[in-house]
Write a protein that binds this ligand. Structure first.
Ligand code: CA
Length: 165
């Protein structure tokens, strides 16, 4: 499993890289947004750990670019910003998960493990709960087999709840 970390705090980047390498992941790192984005587009990473506030290019722009070119790549956003709004914009742009700084490495590692396993469990790309069925690829929702229209933000919130039942 290949992981790219884009984080401009050198010490944090090194700590995460070291920890994940010990857990058996192949890890690359970038401390500049533009460099990191180029690496993400050139290589097929299984997961990207992405800081939002970066020199060169901000995390949301990177997320948008990566989503267009590499839809399979999981993106876990790291941010000092715990505001709900920025979380929701991240989910709308296709972030797979969020972690607010400061965090414990064990939590980051656990979330990464869940995200990478989820890839195999959710082969059908369908999240379900009772009569609710959300297709995360086509972004369509059915309730009791009837199609239901939601806004992008509503879908993002529902997806978050289905992923965190
Ligand atoms: Ca930063």
């Amino acid at each position: 499993m290949r992981i790219l970390i884009i984080e401009d705090e050198q010490e944090l980047l090194q700590d995460i890289a070291k920890g994940l390498t010990l857990k058996g992941y192949a890890v690359d790192g970038a401390n500049d947004g533009q460099v990191g984005c180029q690496m993400a587009l050139d290589e097929a990473y299984d997961l990207i750990v992405l800081d939002l506030n970066l020199p060169g290019m901000d995390g949301f722009t990177i997320l948008k670019e990566v989503r267009q070119e590499q839809p399979q790549t999981k993106v876990l956003i790291l941010t000092a910003n715990s505001e709900l709004d920025s979380k929701l914009s991240g989910f709308e742009l296709g972030a797979s998960d969020y972690l607010t700084k400061p965090f414990h490495f064990a939590e980051l590692e656990a979330r990464i493990r869940v995200l990478l396993n989820r890839q195999f469990i959710q082969r059908a790309n369908c999240l379900t709960y009772e009569g609710i069925s959300l297709n995360t690829l086509s972004r369509t929702l059915q309730i009791k087999e009837e199609p239901v229209e939601l806004t992008a933000k509503e879908l993002a919130i529902l997806e978050y709840f289905l992923l965190n039942q």
